[in-house]
Ligand binder design. Structure first.
Ligand SMILES: *[C@@H]1O[C@H](CO)[C@@H](O)[C@H](O)[C@H]1NC(C)=O
Ligand SMILES: *[C@@H]1O[C@H](CO)[C@@H](O)[C@H](O)[C@H]1NC(C)=O
Ligand SMILES: *[C@@H]1O[C@H](CO)[C@@H](O)[C@H](O)[C@H]1NC(C)=O
Ligand SMILES: *[C@@H]1O[C@H](CO)[C@@H](O)[C@H](O)[C@H]1NC(C)=O
Ligand SMILES: *[C@@H]1O[C@H](CO)[C@@H](O)[C@H](O)[C@H]1NC(C)=O
Length: 742
């Protein structure tokens, strides 16, 4: 009786509060998971059920709104989702959320989270050419549709030129929507879709005008560059004013409906478990549909455990730097040649021309110089950037810039013939000009690559593992250039390399503001075109096991965030992507949606939490296991706990995707202080598609002396054609995870 009175009282109180508070309450955006098995039959679809649910909230709180309920609820309901979750997003007051929680069919809610965009800078080249390898084999990624959930698109960009593209694949269900400063005529056979998602952002900013002016952030369409015949669909969900998970989920939902094959998500949410991470949830649905999802690790490095998207069903991409400078030479009339930095992409040389010293190159000074001349500018203590601009405007034959700055950024990609010299070399040029009556010089571009540092290296800013949301799976997965823009590089002018690595023939990827993640999406498009039967996990495995871990000097790839020490797999994953090798990996480690469920079961997620990810209550935890069939290994040991396990076992199954019979032998690169045992040590395949299992055991001391040690396991076929390599990490860095494990 007492309880009854109490609950009655509470109810009355709640009613009183609810009557008067709503107008004062601040609404917030929520993503609501619903169980569709509770949908009454009167509703023809989910959307009408969600709409009715939202309007019922308002009615129950304030009957007066009944008359206009449907109009307001349309604006309160932000998105109904079709694939990514069973549910919707809505702008709700705290009391509306409380009422919703009592609704049959309600599973759970998450606050709409701000999303981080992961943009950055760097320079890189890929080994793609039209004679052999991934491009011809995949027909340049023909008809694979890459969806970029991103900040926008610049249709005039050369990357989206549709010359030579065939008709849009009939499977495409997407659209080119009219948006701010965008009309449908800007789409073509290359850029086949453009859609905009900002309803959550607008709801969050209380209907404030979201600027259209910033709409066209320059997105260089890098996936295009890697897979020239793939199609690009842009889903703009990152806005200058911010980005919200409800919009990102809507973008992914739409991309699934539209029929993309590959998704690129250069964004992430920090510090949430998988079941509360809208991106992890939405990408699970994509993965189930066979869509390959590339995500960025984030830009919070070099601190460990900072990465986001450490989700087992996506690929998590780290960013590489190329500390390689592009060189040219200036040859003075005296015959002396001096090396400098330049990335001028035009004619390969500037013929002999008169050269004059113009000191700080101010416009007045430059106006007196004949256009025939090469001008020499000395930045003294001024910034050279103004000088570069002045010389460009002066339209002279070329520019020589003397600077003490070591960070030339994108200036070396000048649009006119220019070369940058350091002070010592600059003095030589100045002395020559002073000493000659008719000084002249010529400049040769694309002459050399000057390795200031070995390349590639892991970019300092690239976020590091272990994955806070799933430490038992080694993340990141792979290293790719932090940024790149495809630039045509005349075919008959191959860059002569100092180094023996043949990096490219006729295409060149230059620096810009972009991300490593669309690059991997582009490689995935090539693999999807070449191997349409491969699952997303198989594509990921192919890229990981064939990646390289040696740099241009044939030494292990270094970490620029760690004093150029050898990069660990927590920084770069398996290694740097090699698209040509990924085409023919020999063996793959596959995984099914059920395998990921088994993992979540073993992570002790509640059935509700698992249901939030899988959208289905019919999953099965009978094979619960933390040991996912993944192409890498991470063993978590305790730093000091003497009771911790001293041996950890991993079971793997590989599938032969090479042609015909083959035998693979194992080779282990040791892990300091630990013993790695692989059994069996030989795997024999009679035919393609056959599967074989092996066990890898990591035996160690009770106590780890170092926080992180690593090595690798390689399977090599007898023909020497395939090397299937997986990194092994042993670490005590992820101690929370360990606590829950032991
Ligand atoms: C679309 O934009 C293009 C280029 O700005 C313009 O030429 C064309 O008239 C526009 N079309 C429509 C329907 O607005
Ligand atoms: C300038 O570059 C030359 C090599 O081209 C090098 O020998 C010299 O030490 C450099 N000077 C400075 C000040 O960096
Ligand atoms: C100056 O020019 C003379 C004659 O052309 C030459 O012998 C001398 O080496 C030059 N000196 C410098 C610093 O270039
Ligand atoms: C779970 O799945 C396994 C294999 O997929 C099956 O054998 C088993 O019967 C299932 N268990 C339940 C309770 O559905
Ligand atoms: C899950 O719970 C079981 C039983 O309590 C425990 O043994 C196991 O270590 C837990 N696993 C994780 C990953 O927390």
């Amino acid at each position: 009786m007492a309880t009854f009175v109490h609950s009655l009282l509470t109810e009355v109180l709640a009613l009183i509060i609810l009557r008067f508070v709503p107008t004062l309450e601040q609404s917030d955006n929520y993503i609501i998971h619903m169980d569709s098995s509770f949908m009454p039959k009167v509703f023809s679809d989910h959307h009408s059920w969600y709409l009715a649910t939202v309007s019922s909230l308002e009615r129950s709180l304030n009957p007066k709104v009944r008359a206009r309920a449907s109009a307001t609820s349309t604006s309160k309901l932000i998105y109904s989702y079709t694939h990514v979750i069973q549910g919707f997003s809505a702008s709700l007051s705290p009391s509306e959320l409380e009422v919703l929680k009592q609704h049959p069919g309600y599973i759970s809610s998450m606050k709409d989270l701000p999303v981080k965009a992961d943009t950055t800078h760097s320079i890189q080249f890929l080994g793609l050419n039209s004679h052999s390898g991934a491009w011809p084999t995949s027909d340049y990624g023909k008809d694979v549709i890459v969806g970029l959930v991103d900040s926008g698109v610049w249709p005039e960009s050369l990357s989206f030129n549709d010359d030579g593209m065939t008709a849009i694949p009939s499977k495409w269900r997407g659209e080119c929507e009219v948006g701010m400063q965008f009309n449908t005529s800007m789409c073509n056979k290359k850029l086949i879709g453009a859609r905009f998602f900002n309803k959550a952002l607008i709801a969050k900013t209380a209907g404030n005008y979201v600027k259209g002016a910033s709409f066209f952030g320059y997105a260089p369409g890098t996936a295009t560059g890697v897979a020239p015949r793939s199609r690009v669909a842009m889903y703009k969900a990152l806005w200058e004013e911010g980005a919200h998970s409800a919009d990102i989920m809507a973008a992914i939902d739409q991309a699934i409906i539209d029929g993309v094959d590959v998704l690129s998500l250069s964004l992430g949410i920090d510090g949430v478990p998988l079941y509360a991470d809208p991106i992890a949830i939405a990408t699970y649905a994509a993965m189930e549909k066979g869509i390959f999802v590339s995500t960025s690790a984030g830009n919070e490095g070099p601190v460990v455990q900072t990465l986001h998207n450490g989700t087992p069903w996506v690929i998590t991409v780290a960013a590489g730097d190329v500390d390689r400078d592009f060189g040219g030479t200036i040859t003075l009339g005296s015959g002396v040649s001096i090396a400098g930095l330049t990335l001028f992409p035009g004619d390969p040389s500037l013929g002999e021309s008169p050269i004059v010293f113009a000191d700080s190159c101010d416009p007045t000074m430059l106006s007196k110089i004949s256009p025939m001349n090469i001008v020499v500018c000395d930045d003294g203590n001024d910034v050279f950037s103004d000088q570069v601009e002045n010389v460009q405007l002066a339209k002279v034959a070329g520019g020589v810039f003397i600077t003490g700055s070591s960070d030339l950024g994108t200036y070396i990609q000048s649009s006119f013939p220019a070369i940058f010299l350091n002070r010592t070399d600059g003095e030589t040029v100045k002395a020559y000009i002073k000493n000659s009556s008719e000084p002249t010089a010529s400049i040769q571009f694309r002459k050399t690559l000057i390795h200031s540092k070995p390349a590639p290296s892991v970019a300092s800013y690239s976020s590091r593992g272990p994955s806070p949301s799933c430490p038992v799976v080694l993340k990141p997965d792979i290293l790719a250039p932090g940024s790149m823009i495809l630039a045509g590089w005349p075919q008959n002018n191959a860059v002569s390399m100092v180094n023996s690595r043949e990096l490219f023939n006729n295409f060149n990827l230059l620096s810009g503001t972009s991300m490593s993640c669309p690059h991997i999406a582009g490689v995935a498009a090539l693999l999807r075109a070449a191997h349409p039967e491969w699952s997303p996990a198989a594509i990921r495995s192919a890229m990981m096991t064939t990646s390289y871990s040696m740099d241009s000097t044939n030494a292990p790839i270094k970490d620029s965030g760690n004093d150029y020490e050898q990069a660990s797999p927590l920084a770069m994953g398996a290694g740097h992507v090699d698209p040509n090798k990924a085409l023919d990996p020999g063996l793959i480690y596959d995984a099914t949606p059920q395998d990921y469920v088994n993992l979540m079961c073993a992570m002790n997620y509640t059935s509700k939490q698992i249901q939030m990810v899988t959208r289905s209550s019919s999953y099965n935890c009978s094979d619960s296991s933390l040991d996912l069939n993944y192409p890498s290994f991470i063993a978590l040991f305790s730093p000091d706990n003497l009771g911790s396990p001293t041996a950890q076992e991993f079971f793997r199954m590989v599938t032969n995707v090479g042609d015909g019979p083959s035998t693979y032998a194992v080779k282990v690169t040791p892990v300091e202080g630990f013993k790695i045992v692989v059994s069996p040590s030989k795997l024999t395949f009679k035919e393609k598609c056959e599967k074989r299992k092996y066990k890898l055991t990591i035996q160690g001391p009770k106590q780890m002396n170092q926080k992180l040690v690593f090595g690798s396991v390689m399977w090599m076929d007898d023909g020497g054609k395939h090397v299937v390599k997986s990194p092994i990490v042993v670490t005590s860095l992820s101690s929370e995870a360990l606590t829950s494990r032991t």
